[in-house]
Design a protein around this ligand. Structure first.
Ligand code: HEM
Length: 448
Protein backbone atom coordinates (compact mmCIF):
# COMPACT_ATOMS: atom_id res chain seq x y z
CA UNK A 1 0.00 0.00 0.00
CA UNK A 2 2.75 2.41 0.81
CA UNK A 3 4.60 2.60 -2.47
CA UNK A 4 3.08 5.91 -3.45
CA UNK A 5 1.81 8.01 -0.64
CA UNK A 6 0.15 10.48 -2.98
CA UNK A 7 -2.03 8.02 -4.81
CA UNK A 8 -4.64 7.89 -2.15
CA UNK A 9 -6.52 4.96 -3.57
CA UNK A 10 -5.66 3.96 -7.04
CA UNK A 11 -5.22 0.57 -5.53
CA UNK A 12 -8.87 0.64 -4.66
CA UNK A 13 -10.11 1.22 -8.17
CA UNK A 14 -11.51 -1.59 -10.22
CA UNK A 15 -12.61 -3.30 -7.05
CA UNK A 16 -15.99 -4.93 -6.98
CA UNK A 17 -19.00 -3.33 -5.43
CA UNK A 18 -19.81 -5.15 -2.32
CA UNK A 19 -22.91 -5.76 -0.39
CA UNK A 20 -22.89 -5.32 3.33
CA UNK A 21 -25.39 -8.09 3.72
CA UNK A 22 -22.83 -10.52 2.39
CA UNK A 23 -20.06 -9.36 4.68
CA UNK A 24 -20.09 -12.22 7.05
CA UNK A 25 -20.25 -14.81 4.32
CA UNK A 26 -17.65 -13.64 1.85
CA UNK A 27 -15.06 -11.20 2.95
CA UNK A 28 -14.29 -8.61 0.28
CA UNK A 29 -10.74 -7.97 -0.73
CA UNK A 30 -11.05 -4.23 -0.72
CA UNK A 31 -7.45 -3.54 -1.59
CA UNK A 32 -8.31 -3.70 -5.24
CA UNK A 33 -7.09 -7.04 -6.43
CA UNK A 34 -10.29 -7.76 -8.31
CA UNK A 35 -11.00 -10.75 -6.12
CA UNK A 36 -14.09 -9.66 -4.25
CA UNK A 37 -16.75 -12.33 -4.11
CA UNK A 38 -19.53 -10.48 -2.44
CA UNK A 39 -22.37 -12.91 -2.92
CA UNK A 40 -24.59 -10.67 -1.00
CA UNK A 41 -28.00 -11.55 0.27
CA UNK A 42 -28.02 -15.12 -0.93
CA UNK A 43 -30.21 -15.88 2.00
CA UNK A 44 -32.87 -13.58 0.50
CA UNK A 45 -32.75 -14.52 -3.15
CA UNK A 46 -31.61 -18.10 -2.89
CA UNK A 47 -29.49 -17.94 -6.00
CA UNK A 48 -26.92 -15.57 -7.36
CA UNK A 49 -29.06 -14.11 -10.14
CA UNK A 50 -30.90 -10.93 -11.10
CA UNK A 51 -34.23 -10.34 -9.37
CA UNK A 52 -37.07 -11.00 -11.83
CA UNK A 53 -39.74 -12.67 -9.70
CA UNK A 54 -41.48 -11.58 -6.55
CA UNK A 55 -42.77 -13.68 -3.68
CA UNK A 56 -44.56 -16.84 -4.83
CA UNK A 57 -42.77 -16.71 -8.18
CA UNK A 58 -44.95 -13.87 -9.50
CA UNK A 59 -43.19 -11.72 -12.15
CA UNK A 60 -42.30 -8.24 -10.96
CA UNK A 61 -44.11 -5.34 -12.67
CA UNK A 62 -42.27 -3.82 -15.61
CA UNK A 63 -39.93 -0.98 -14.58
CA UNK A 64 -41.59 1.37 -17.07
CA UNK A 65 -44.99 0.65 -15.57
CA UNK A 66 -43.67 1.34 -12.07
CA UNK A 67 -42.13 4.54 -13.39
CA UNK A 68 -45.41 5.63 -15.02
CA UNK A 69 -47.45 4.98 -11.90
CA UNK A 70 -45.07 6.17 -9.17
CA UNK A 71 -42.47 8.50 -10.66
CA UNK A 72 -44.54 10.47 -13.15
CA UNK A 73 -45.65 13.85 -11.92
CA UNK A 74 -48.72 15.79 -12.93
CA UNK A 75 -46.96 19.01 -11.92
CA UNK A 76 -43.55 19.90 -13.34
CA UNK A 77 -40.78 22.25 -12.31
CA UNK A 78 -41.51 22.43 -8.57
CA UNK A 79 -38.45 23.77 -6.77
CA UNK A 80 -37.09 22.32 -3.55
CA UNK A 81 -37.43 24.75 -0.66
CA UNK A 82 -34.10 23.76 0.87
CA UNK A 83 -31.66 22.46 -1.74
CA UNK A 84 -30.15 24.64 -4.46
CA UNK A 85 -29.53 23.44 -8.00
CA UNK A 86 -25.88 23.40 -6.92
CA UNK A 87 -26.69 20.73 -4.30
CA UNK A 88 -28.07 18.57 -7.11
CA UNK A 89 -25.05 19.21 -9.34
CA UNK A 90 -22.61 18.62 -6.51
CA UNK A 91 -24.38 15.35 -5.76
CA UNK A 92 -23.89 14.09 -9.30
CA UNK A 93 -20.31 15.26 -9.38
CA UNK A 94 -19.72 13.41 -6.13
CA UNK A 95 -21.31 10.27 -7.58
CA UNK A 96 -18.73 10.44 -10.35
CA UNK A 97 -15.99 10.69 -7.75
CA UNK A 98 -16.79 7.37 -6.14
CA UNK A 99 -18.66 5.24 -8.64
CA UNK A 100 -18.35 4.32 -12.29
CA UNK A 101 -20.15 1.13 -13.19
CA UNK A 102 -19.78 0.25 -16.85
CA UNK A 103 -23.22 0.60 -18.46
CA UNK A 104 -24.82 -2.56 -19.78
CA UNK A 105 -22.72 -4.60 -17.41
CA UNK A 106 -25.78 -5.89 -15.62
CA UNK A 107 -24.09 -8.49 -13.46
CA UNK A 108 -24.53 -8.97 -9.77
CA UNK A 109 -21.14 -7.88 -8.51
CA UNK A 110 -20.23 -5.18 -10.98
CA UNK A 111 -16.81 -3.65 -11.13
CA UNK A 112 -16.38 -0.09 -9.94
CA UNK A 113 -14.02 1.75 -12.26
CA UNK A 114 -13.82 4.74 -9.95
CA UNK A 115 -11.98 4.85 -6.65
CA UNK A 116 -14.29 3.90 -3.84
CA UNK A 117 -13.29 6.93 -1.77
CA UNK A 118 -13.95 10.62 -1.89
CA UNK A 119 -10.66 11.89 -3.23
CA UNK A 120 -11.40 14.43 -6.00
CA UNK A 121 -10.89 11.68 -8.59
CA UNK A 122 -13.64 13.39 -10.63
CA UNK A 123 -10.90 15.96 -11.23
CA UNK A 124 -7.67 13.97 -11.08
CA UNK A 125 -8.87 10.66 -12.46
CA UNK A 126 -8.77 7.22 -10.94
CA UNK A 127 -5.39 6.17 -12.33
CA UNK A 128 -2.07 7.70 -13.20
CA UNK A 129 -2.70 7.71 -16.93
CA UNK A 130 -5.88 9.77 -16.54
CA UNK A 131 -4.15 12.09 -14.11
CA UNK A 132 -1.33 12.71 -16.55
CA UNK A 133 -3.86 13.46 -19.29
CA UNK A 134 -5.53 15.97 -16.99
CA UNK A 135 -2.47 18.11 -17.45
CA UNK A 136 -3.41 18.11 -21.13
CA UNK A 137 -6.69 19.85 -20.32
CA UNK A 138 -8.93 16.82 -20.01
CA UNK A 139 -11.41 16.03 -17.21
CA UNK A 140 -10.74 13.35 -14.60
CA UNK A 141 -14.03 11.64 -15.34
CA UNK A 142 -15.22 10.70 -18.81
CA UNK A 143 -18.86 11.48 -17.93
CA UNK A 144 -18.00 15.17 -17.63
CA UNK A 145 -20.40 16.24 -20.39
CA UNK A 146 -23.53 14.33 -19.33
CA UNK A 147 -24.85 17.77 -18.34
CA UNK A 148 -22.92 21.06 -18.56
CA UNK A 149 -23.19 21.68 -14.79
CA UNK A 150 -20.67 18.86 -14.24
CA UNK A 151 -18.02 20.56 -16.33
CA UNK A 152 -18.83 23.78 -14.46
CA UNK A 153 -17.90 22.16 -11.14
CA UNK A 154 -14.75 20.69 -12.63
CA UNK A 155 -13.77 24.14 -13.89
CA UNK A 156 -14.29 25.58 -10.39
CA UNK A 157 -11.97 22.95 -8.93
CA UNK A 158 -9.43 23.28 -11.70
CA UNK A 159 -9.22 26.99 -10.97
CA UNK A 160 -8.95 26.25 -7.24
CA UNK A 161 -6.17 23.74 -7.94
CA UNK A 162 -4.25 26.37 -9.90
CA UNK A 163 -4.82 29.02 -7.23
CA UNK A 164 -3.47 26.79 -4.45
CA UNK A 165 -0.59 25.49 -6.60
CA UNK A 166 0.51 29.07 -7.35
CA UNK A 167 0.43 29.90 -3.66
CA UNK A 168 2.39 26.78 -2.66
CA UNK A 169 4.93 27.37 -5.42
CA UNK A 170 5.49 30.94 -4.32
CA UNK A 171 6.25 30.03 -0.72
CA UNK A 172 8.23 26.85 -1.51
CA UNK A 173 10.71 27.86 -4.15
CA UNK A 174 12.64 24.59 -3.60
CA UNK A 175 9.64 22.40 -4.59
CA UNK A 176 9.59 20.92 -8.08
CA UNK A 177 6.45 20.81 -10.24
CA UNK A 178 5.55 17.28 -9.19
CA UNK A 179 5.68 18.13 -5.47
CA UNK A 180 3.57 21.23 -5.98
CA UNK A 181 1.03 19.25 -8.00
CA UNK A 182 0.77 16.39 -5.51
CA UNK A 183 0.62 18.61 -2.41
CA UNK A 184 -2.08 20.68 -4.10
CA UNK A 185 -3.99 17.54 -4.98
CA UNK A 186 -3.97 16.46 -1.36
CA UNK A 187 -5.35 19.82 -0.29
CA UNK A 188 -8.05 19.84 -2.99
CA UNK A 189 -9.12 16.31 -2.01
CA UNK A 190 -9.31 17.48 1.63
CA UNK A 191 -11.47 20.44 0.59
CA UNK A 192 -13.81 18.09 -1.29
CA UNK A 193 -14.07 15.74 1.72
CA UNK A 194 -14.75 18.65 4.03
CA UNK A 195 -17.45 20.12 1.78
CA UNK A 196 -19.12 16.72 1.40
CA UNK A 197 -19.26 15.89 5.08
CA UNK A 198 -19.84 19.35 6.52
CA UNK A 199 -21.80 21.24 3.85
CA UNK A 200 -23.55 18.66 1.69
CA UNK A 201 -24.43 15.56 3.69
CA UNK A 202 -26.07 17.40 6.62
CA UNK A 203 -28.72 18.69 4.18
CA UNK A 204 -29.31 15.22 2.75
CA UNK A 205 -29.30 13.21 5.98
CA UNK A 206 -30.27 15.71 8.68
CA UNK A 207 -28.54 16.09 12.07
CA UNK A 208 -29.76 12.89 13.73
CA UNK A 209 -28.42 10.55 11.03
CA UNK A 210 -25.22 12.63 10.76
CA UNK A 211 -24.58 12.07 14.46
CA UNK A 212 -25.69 8.43 14.42
CA UNK A 213 -23.08 7.50 11.81
CA UNK A 214 -20.37 9.85 13.14
CA UNK A 215 -20.25 11.81 9.91
CA UNK A 216 -19.53 15.34 11.15
CA UNK A 217 -15.88 16.35 11.01
CA UNK A 218 -14.20 17.42 14.18
CA UNK A 219 -14.44 21.22 14.67
CA UNK A 220 -10.67 21.67 15.07
CA UNK A 221 -7.38 19.85 14.47
CA UNK A 222 -6.73 16.20 13.64
CA UNK A 223 -9.11 13.32 14.25
CA UNK A 224 -7.70 9.93 13.32
CA UNK A 225 -10.74 7.85 12.44
CA UNK A 226 -9.00 5.34 10.18
CA UNK A 227 -9.94 1.76 10.94
CA UNK A 228 -8.18 -0.85 8.77
CA UNK A 229 -10.91 -3.41 9.37
CA UNK A 230 -13.57 -1.26 7.74
CA UNK A 231 -14.44 -2.26 4.17
CA UNK A 232 -14.91 0.90 2.11
CA UNK A 233 -16.11 -0.88 -1.03
CA UNK A 234 -19.16 0.73 -2.58
CA UNK A 235 -22.33 -1.25 -1.97
CA UNK A 236 -24.72 -2.11 -4.78
CA UNK A 237 -27.78 -0.93 -2.89
CA UNK A 238 -26.12 2.43 -2.46
CA UNK A 239 -24.96 2.85 -6.07
CA UNK A 240 -27.89 1.31 -7.88
CA UNK A 241 -30.65 2.68 -5.65
CA UNK A 242 -30.16 4.87 -2.57
CA UNK A 243 -27.71 7.44 -3.93
CA UNK A 244 -29.76 7.74 -7.09
CA UNK A 245 -32.22 9.70 -4.95
CA UNK A 246 -30.49 12.68 -6.61
CA UNK A 247 -32.34 11.97 -9.84
CA UNK A 248 -35.46 13.49 -8.31
CA UNK A 249 -33.56 16.75 -7.72
CA UNK A 250 -32.76 17.36 -11.38
CA UNK A 251 -34.68 20.37 -12.71
CA UNK A 252 -36.46 20.18 -16.06
CA UNK A 253 -34.38 23.02 -17.43
CA UNK A 254 -31.11 24.69 -16.71
CA UNK A 255 -30.76 28.43 -16.89
CA UNK A 256 -27.86 30.61 -17.94
CA UNK A 257 -27.84 33.96 -16.12
CA UNK A 258 -25.48 36.48 -17.67
CA UNK A 259 -23.80 39.20 -15.59
CA UNK A 260 -26.92 41.38 -15.95
CA UNK A 261 -29.01 38.40 -14.79
CA UNK A 262 -30.71 38.10 -18.18
CA UNK A 263 -31.86 34.51 -18.48
CA UNK A 264 -31.58 31.88 -21.14
CA UNK A 265 -33.30 28.55 -20.38
CA UNK A 266 -32.28 25.22 -21.91
CA UNK A 267 -34.49 22.16 -21.52
CA UNK A 268 -32.58 19.36 -19.80
CA UNK A 269 -33.19 16.97 -22.71
CA UNK A 270 -31.37 19.41 -24.97
CA UNK A 271 -28.37 19.56 -22.66
CA UNK A 272 -27.38 15.88 -22.39
CA UNK A 273 -23.89 15.33 -23.74
CA UNK A 274 -23.95 18.79 -25.34
CA UNK A 275 -21.31 21.02 -23.81
CA UNK A 276 -22.23 23.95 -26.10
CA UNK A 277 -23.83 25.79 -23.14
CA UNK A 278 -20.31 26.20 -21.73
CA UNK A 279 -19.31 28.20 -24.80
CA UNK A 280 -22.37 30.46 -24.60
CA UNK A 281 -22.01 34.21 -24.11
CA UNK A 282 -18.52 34.31 -25.67
CA UNK A 283 -17.17 31.52 -23.45
CA UNK A 284 -18.78 32.70 -20.23
CA UNK A 285 -21.26 29.80 -20.14
CA UNK A 286 -19.76 28.15 -17.07
CA UNK A 287 -19.92 31.41 -15.09
CA UNK A 288 -23.50 31.92 -16.23
CA UNK A 289 -24.45 28.39 -15.24
CA UNK A 290 -22.89 28.99 -11.84
CA UNK A 291 -25.29 31.86 -11.24
CA UNK A 292 -28.17 29.47 -11.88
CA UNK A 293 -26.74 26.72 -9.70
CA UNK A 294 -26.49 29.09 -6.74
CA UNK A 295 -29.59 31.22 -7.29
CA UNK A 296 -32.28 28.66 -8.10
CA UNK A 297 -33.58 25.61 -6.29
CA UNK A 298 -33.12 21.98 -7.21
CA UNK A 299 -36.25 20.17 -8.29
CA UNK A 300 -38.33 19.16 -5.29
CA UNK A 301 -37.01 16.11 -3.49
CA UNK A 302 -39.92 13.70 -3.88
CA UNK A 303 -40.76 10.53 -5.77
CA UNK A 304 -41.21 12.33 -9.11
CA UNK A 305 -38.72 12.79 -11.93
CA UNK A 306 -39.06 15.57 -14.47
CA UNK A 307 -40.34 14.49 -17.94
CA UNK A 308 -36.97 15.43 -19.45
CA UNK A 309 -35.44 12.59 -17.42
CA UNK A 310 -38.35 10.17 -17.33
CA UNK A 311 -39.41 10.36 -20.97
CA UNK A 312 -36.58 12.05 -22.81
CA UNK A 313 -33.29 10.86 -21.33
CA UNK A 314 -30.63 10.93 -24.05
CA UNK A 315 -33.25 11.71 -26.68
CA UNK A 316 -31.69 11.16 -30.11
CA UNK A 317 -32.51 12.44 -33.58
CA UNK A 318 -34.71 9.40 -34.22
CA UNK A 319 -36.84 10.29 -31.20
CA UNK A 320 -35.53 7.34 -29.14
CA UNK A 321 -34.88 7.93 -25.46
CA UNK A 322 -34.63 6.30 -22.02
CA UNK A 323 -36.58 6.62 -18.79
CA UNK A 324 -34.13 7.24 -15.95
CA UNK A 325 -36.51 5.97 -13.25
CA UNK A 326 -37.11 2.74 -15.17
CA UNK A 327 -33.36 2.36 -15.82
CA UNK A 328 -32.69 2.71 -12.09
CA UNK A 329 -35.30 0.09 -11.20
CA UNK A 330 -33.97 -2.30 -13.85
CA UNK A 331 -30.39 -1.72 -12.71
CA UNK A 332 -31.33 -2.59 -9.14
CA UNK A 333 -32.97 -5.82 -10.31
CA UNK A 334 -30.06 -6.71 -12.59
CA UNK A 335 -27.72 -6.41 -9.64
CA UNK A 336 -30.03 -8.58 -7.56
CA UNK A 337 -30.70 -5.92 -4.96
CA UNK A 338 -33.26 -7.31 -2.53
CA UNK A 339 -36.63 -5.62 -2.17
CA UNK A 340 -37.62 -2.81 0.18
CA UNK A 341 -38.50 -4.90 3.25
CA UNK A 342 -35.13 -6.64 3.29
CA UNK A 343 -33.44 -3.27 3.54
CA UNK A 344 -35.87 -2.07 6.21
CA UNK A 345 -34.90 -5.09 8.25
CA UNK A 346 -31.20 -4.54 7.62
CA UNK A 347 -31.59 -0.96 8.84
CA UNK A 348 -33.48 -2.02 11.97
CA UNK A 349 -36.67 -0.34 10.72
CA UNK A 350 -40.16 -1.91 10.87
CA UNK A 351 -40.98 -4.15 7.92
CA UNK A 352 -44.38 -4.04 6.21
CA UNK A 353 -46.71 -7.01 6.13
CA UNK A 354 -49.44 -5.13 4.24
CA UNK A 355 -49.75 -2.13 1.93
CA UNK A 356 -51.64 0.10 4.36
CA UNK A 357 -49.86 3.04 5.88
CA UNK A 358 -50.89 2.21 9.47
CA UNK A 359 -49.12 -0.13 11.95
CA UNK A 360 -47.67 -3.22 10.28
CA UNK A 361 -47.81 -1.46 6.92
CA UNK A 362 -45.66 0.93 4.91
CA UNK A 363 -45.43 3.29 7.86
CA UNK A 364 -42.80 5.64 6.44
CA UNK A 365 -44.43 6.05 3.05
CA UNK A 366 -46.90 8.72 2.03
CA UNK A 367 -50.35 7.01 2.00
CA UNK A 368 -51.01 7.88 -1.67
CA UNK A 369 -47.76 6.21 -2.70
CA UNK A 370 -48.51 3.15 -0.55
CA UNK A 371 -51.91 2.84 -2.22
CA UNK A 372 -50.41 3.03 -5.73
CA UNK A 373 -47.78 0.45 -4.83
CA UNK A 374 -50.49 -1.96 -3.74
CA UNK A 375 -51.78 -1.92 -7.31
CA UNK A 376 -48.37 -2.76 -8.77
CA UNK A 377 -46.85 -5.36 -6.44
CA UNK A 378 -48.31 -8.49 -4.88
CA UNK A 379 -46.31 -8.31 -1.66
CA UNK A 380 -44.53 -5.43 0.16
CA UNK A 381 -41.36 -7.59 0.12
CA UNK A 382 -41.23 -7.20 -3.66
CA UNK A 383 -41.22 -3.40 -3.89
CA UNK A 384 -38.10 -2.11 -5.60
CA UNK A 385 -35.78 -0.26 -3.23
CA UNK A 386 -35.39 2.80 -5.49
CA UNK A 387 -39.15 3.25 -5.80
CA UNK A 388 -40.10 2.79 -2.15
CA UNK A 389 -37.09 4.74 -0.91
CA UNK A 390 -38.10 7.81 -2.91
CA UNK A 391 -41.68 7.52 -1.65
CA UNK A 392 -40.80 7.83 2.03
CA UNK A 393 -41.32 10.90 4.22
CA UNK A 394 -38.02 12.64 4.87
CA UNK A 395 -36.03 12.30 8.05
CA UNK A 396 -35.86 15.40 10.20
CA UNK A 397 -33.76 18.09 8.51
CA UNK A 398 -32.90 15.77 5.61
CA UNK A 399 -33.91 15.23 2.00
CA UNK A 400 -34.38 11.45 2.00
CA UNK A 401 -36.49 8.99 4.00
CA UNK A 402 -35.21 6.71 6.79
CA UNK A 403 -34.29 3.74 4.57
CA UNK A 404 -32.14 5.74 2.13
CA UNK A 405 -30.75 7.77 5.06
CA UNK A 406 -29.62 4.50 6.67
CA UNK A 407 -27.96 3.16 3.50
CA UNK A 408 -26.35 6.48 2.57
CA UNK A 409 -25.23 7.17 6.17
CA UNK A 410 -23.70 3.70 6.42
CA UNK A 411 -21.81 4.07 3.13
CA UNK A 412 -20.38 7.49 3.98
CA UNK A 413 -19.32 6.20 7.40
CA UNK A 414 -17.41 3.34 5.77
CA UNK A 415 -15.73 5.67 3.31
CA UNK A 416 -14.65 7.92 6.15
CA UNK A 417 -13.38 5.24 8.51
CA UNK A 418 -11.93 3.03 5.78
CA UNK A 419 -9.92 5.80 4.11
CA UNK A 420 -6.28 5.80 5.12
CA UNK A 421 -6.06 9.22 3.47
CA UNK A 422 -9.04 10.76 5.26
CA UNK A 423 -8.19 14.42 5.63
CA UNK A 424 -8.50 14.53 9.41
CA UNK A 425 -6.12 11.58 9.97
CA UNK A 426 -2.72 12.33 11.39
CA UNK A 427 -0.34 9.89 9.72
CA UNK A 428 2.93 10.70 8.18
CA UNK A 429 2.79 9.82 4.50
CA UNK A 430 -0.92 9.49 3.97
CA UNK A 431 -2.45 12.17 6.17
CA UNK A 432 -1.41 15.80 6.42
CA UNK A 433 1.73 16.82 8.18
CA UNK A 434 1.29 19.58 10.74
CA UNK A 435 2.96 21.93 8.28
CA UNK A 436 0.53 21.19 5.43
CA UNK A 437 -2.31 21.43 7.91
CA UNK A 438 -1.18 24.95 8.81
CA UNK A 439 -0.92 25.81 5.12
CA UNK A 440 -4.45 24.58 4.61
CA UNK A 441 -5.54 26.89 7.42
CA UNK A 442 -3.82 29.82 5.72
CA UNK A 443 -5.37 28.97 2.35
CA UNK A 444 -8.86 28.68 3.79
CA UNK A 445 -9.00 31.54 6.22
CA UNK A 446 -6.46 34.12 5.17
CA UNK A 447 -6.27 34.00 1.40
CA UNK A 448 -9.93 33.51 0.54
C1 HEM B 1 -27.88 16.05 -13.64
C2 HEM B 1 -28.39 15.13 -14.31
C3 HEM B 1 -28.18 13.65 -14.18
C4 HEM B 1 -28.30 12.79 -15.22
C5 HEM B 1 -28.66 13.15 -16.64
C6 HEM B 1 -28.03 11.47 -14.69
C7 HEM B 1 -28.07 10.33 -15.46
C8 HEM B 1 -27.63 9.10 -15.04
C9 HEM B 1 -27.52 7.94 -15.89
C10 HEM B 1 -27.94 7.86 -17.35
C11 HEM B 1 -27.01 6.95 -15.13
C12 HEM B 1 -26.69 5.52 -15.58
C13 HEM B 1 -27.89 4.67 -15.30
C14 HEM B 1 -27.58 3.20 -15.51
O1 HEM B 1 -27.27 2.84 -16.64
O2 HEM B 1 -27.69 2.44 -14.55
C15 HEM B 1 -26.79 7.49 -13.81
C16 HEM B 1 -26.24 6.78 -12.77
C17 HEM B 1 -26.10 7.26 -11.50
N1 HEM B 1 -26.50 8.49 -11.03
FE1 HEM B 1 -27.20 9.99 -12.17
N2 HEM B 1 -27.76 11.53 -13.35
C18 HEM B 1 -27.85 12.85 -12.99
C19 HEM B 1 -27.71 13.33 -11.70
C20 HEM B 1 -27.45 12.57 -10.60
C21 HEM B 1 -27.47 13.05 -9.24
C22 HEM B 1 -27.85 14.48 -8.83
C23 HEM B 1 -27.12 12.00 -8.44
C24 HEM B 1 -26.99 11.91 -6.95
C25 HEM B 1 -27.08 12.89 -6.09
C26 HEM B 1 -26.88 10.87 -9.30
C27 HEM B 1 -26.48 9.61 -8.86
C28 HEM B 1 -26.21 8.56 -9.71
C29 HEM B 1 -25.59 7.32 -9.29
C30 HEM B 1 -25.11 6.95 -7.89
C31 HEM B 1 -25.50 6.52 -10.42
C32 HEM B 1 -24.86 5.14 -10.54
C33 HEM B 1 -23.51 5.37 -11.21
C34 HEM B 1 -22.70 4.12 -11.46
O3 HEM B 1 -23.02 3.06 -10.95
O4 HEM B 1 -21.72 4.25 -12.23
N3 HEM B 1 -27.10 11.25 -10.60
N4 HEM B 1 -27.20 8.79 -13.78
Amino acid sequence: MGHDTYNSDWMGHDTYHCDWMGHDMHHCDWMGHDTCHCNWMRHYTGISAPRTLGKGGVPLPSPRLVSNVIHQSAVCNLQDNKLSAFAMQWGQNLAHDFIDTPTLQGIRNPINQATSFIDASFLYGADKETMDSLRLLKGGDNRIHVVPGLATIQIIFLREHNRIATFLGNINSHWDDETIFQETRKIVAAIVQHVVYMEYLPHILGPIIMKKYGLYSTPKGFNTVYNPTVDPTTANAFGAAAYRFGHTLIPGELILYNHLLLQKAIKIEHAFNRPTALMDDYGRGADNLCRWLFRDGAAKSDRFLEPGLRDNLFLDDDGDSFDLAAVNIQRGRDQGIPGYNAWREWCGLPVAVHFGSGPGGLVDLYPDAAMLLSKLYRNPDDIDLFTAGLSERHVLGGSVGPTFACIIGHQFKEWKQGDRFWYENMFSGSGFTLRTFCLLFIIFFILL
